[in-house]
Design a protein around this ligand. Structure first.
Ligand code: AHR
Ligand code: AHR
Length: 547
């Protein structure tokens, strides 16, 4: 064992223990839930903005898998959230799946779900979670952080239950992260056989014996998670070490099923040589290179509901874009301009405080951040083919549950707007508007940010145009001229709006609809019309082509 690793093995538990000692009783770094501030100075009004759309010019095709999410054995995401076996107060199916959660996830139209981690996956033994005899385990990745974050789990939600969950959702793609950290290439290959082999194979037969004769045909498999970080089980201190062992995993897994797609663990400029080394050594075995972005950085930040924090968080979408561009370039530098390897942004979201792993509080601000991230992803369709919001339920959540109830965070609605209403083709659009200069905040660099965000998409038949506008000002409406070429719209357009009474509005079990999506009165449109985007909102304009 290298000296560095020994050092971490010793320091990590001590660090975590003292952190918890301080944090829990003193309530340090609280997730701030102060009363929303209505009377913040609103500043000078904004100059009218202009959006120019060329509907004849398609700049990209959206991969539906950018509307993905992630579930991990962590806190109450799966056990006590999605799978709530011991809760008598909510309707369940298949002995554990919560019906209310299923329904809200269906409404979200998630396309792909990654499981079982995250950090958890690098310590997970998949065989503990199949068949009639399940093994109760402590959470190898998260138990350090106490029972709220890393409770013991009885492994009742394993591979077959994951597939059952997806089947109940209807048509959601599985994405499984194998255990690279403490597992072996053989175990990973056996897992592929359990999921994809026919019942004449050893593990395919085991699956059939467990009640599932038909192979699941899981296509997307990740090998390792954040393995460049000392926090991860199986941490690799060099990219070479990861790359060489990755090849062993890839060969073993592909020997079972050559059609599977493999996701390798990449990163952004935090580890500047990592991607280059991985791609150089193992490029031919990689289909997707992953990376994660959490803004403004984890664990120690306290946010208030001020306008300044409103802008700080939204600025995170532009930091995400900066990191994304860096990753794109790192791939092109090794694989060439027309690189075959795509990006899987397989964890992203706003995270600033440890407690968000078990307290799901987000405001409209965070919803506007998420909408701005989808706007970014629409600009990068050529390389980003998978993106997973982290996470789906109760942990940094879109959906929050307790023993008898459920509500949505504003991020849920932002996600829902994009996954439900956008069309597959991104249309060339330019925006001219006022901007603000946001100072550095956490891991977010200083950025100039346009108050108006915009994404325009069109359907295959080219007769439906969807304009999404994000007004990122905390107080002012934004009058905008929208000019469209190569598309003659019918005179009336439907409008939806995601908004709340103020920029820091949020939902809770007692006020579930402070922030929501509402249908607004239809508006008159033409090739040049004006529309006022309300303060701190996301608006969707549905235009149809004149016959
Ligand atoms: O989403 C929570 C954790 O964040 C994941 O387990 C890990 O991959 C990341 O650090
Ligand atoms: O053990 C928790 C891990 O520490 C998180 O997943 C990681 O991102 C952090 O650095």
């Amino acid at each position: 064992m290298s000296r560095m690793l020994k050092f971490w093995k010793l320091l990590f538990p001590i660090g975590v223990f003292s952190f918890r000692l301080l944090m829990e009783p003193l309530g340090l770094f609280k997730v701030n839930k102060e009363v929303p501030l209505r009377q913040e100075p609103s500043g000078p009004p904004l100059a009218p903005a202009k959006i120019t759309i060329d509907a004849g010019k398609i700049i990209g095709e959206i991969d539906p898998f950018i509307y993905g999410s992630f579930i991990e054995v962590l806190g109450k995401c799966i056990y006590g959230g999605i799978w709530d076996e011991y809760n008598p107060n909510v309707p369940l199916i298949h002995g554990g799946l919560r019906q209310d959660v299923l329904q809200e996830v269906r409404n979200l139209k998630v396309t792909i779900i990654r499981w079982p981690g995250g950090c958890f996956s690098d310590g997970y033994s998949w065989k503990d979670g199949i068949g009639p005899k399940r093994i109760k385990r402590r959470n190898r990745a998260w138990h350090w952080w106490g029972p709220k974050v890393g409770p013991k789990h009885d492994n009742h939600f394993g591979s077959d239950e994951f597939m059952l969950f997806l089947k109940e959702l209807g048509g959601v793609e599985p994405y499984i992260n194998v255990n690279f950290g403490s597992g072996t290439p053989e175990e990973a290959a056996q897992w592929v056989e359990y999921m994809n082999g026919d019942s004449s194979t050893k593990y395919g037969a085991l699956r059939a014996q467990n009640g599932h004769p038909e192979p699941y045909n899981v296509k997307i498999w990740g090998i390792g998670n954040e393995i460049y970080g000392p926090h991860e089980i199986g941490y690799c201190s060099t990219a070479e070490e990861y790359a060489n062992r990755y090849i062993e995993f890839a060969k073993a897994m592909r020997a079972i099923d050559s059609s599977i797609k493999l996701v390798a663990c990449g990163t952004d400029f935090t580890f500047p040589d990592w991607n280059r080394t991985i791609l150089t050594i193992t490029g031919e075995y990689i289909d997707y290179l992953s990376f994660h972005v959490y803004i403004p950085g984890k664990f120690l930040t306290t946010l208030s509901n001020t306008a300044q924090n409103f802008y700080n968080i939204i600025a995170g979408a532009f930091e995400l874009e900066r990191r994304l561009e860096w990753v794109e370039n790192s791939i092109k530098a090794v694989m060439g301009e027309n690189a075959r390897i795509a990006i899987a942004l397989d964890e992203w979201g706003p995270w600033w405080n440890f407690r968000q792993l078990y307290e799901g509080y987000y405001t409209l601000r965070d919803g506007l951040f998420a909408a701005s991230v989808f706007e970014v992803l629409h600009r990068h369709t050529n390389m980003v083919k998978i993106a997973n919001y982290a996470q789906l339920v109760n942990v940094l959540p879109l959906i929050v549950t307790n023993e008898h109830d459920i509500y949505h965070n504003p991020i849920y609605f932002a996600f829902q707007i994009f996954s439900n209403y956008c069309k597959p083709h991104v249309v060339s659009t330019s925006v001219v508007c006022d901007t603000w200069e946001n100072p550095p905040f956490g891991n977010i660099a200083e950025t100039e940010i346009p108050y108006l965000g915009c994404s325009v998409t069109i359907n295959e038949a080219k007769d439906k145009l969807v304009i999404i506008g994000i007004n990122r000002h905390h107080a002012h409406d934004l009058p905008t001229t929208i000019s469209i070429s190569n598309f003659e719209p019918k005179p009336i357009a439907q409008v939806l709006e995601l908004n709340g009474p103020f920029h820091s509005a949020y939902n809770s079990f007692t006020k579930k609809e402070e922030v929501k999506i509402q249908e607004k009165p239809a508006i008159s449109v033409s090739n040049e019309f004006t529309f006022t985007f309300p303060a701190h909102s996301v608006s969707v304009l549905f235009l149809q082509k004149k016959p």
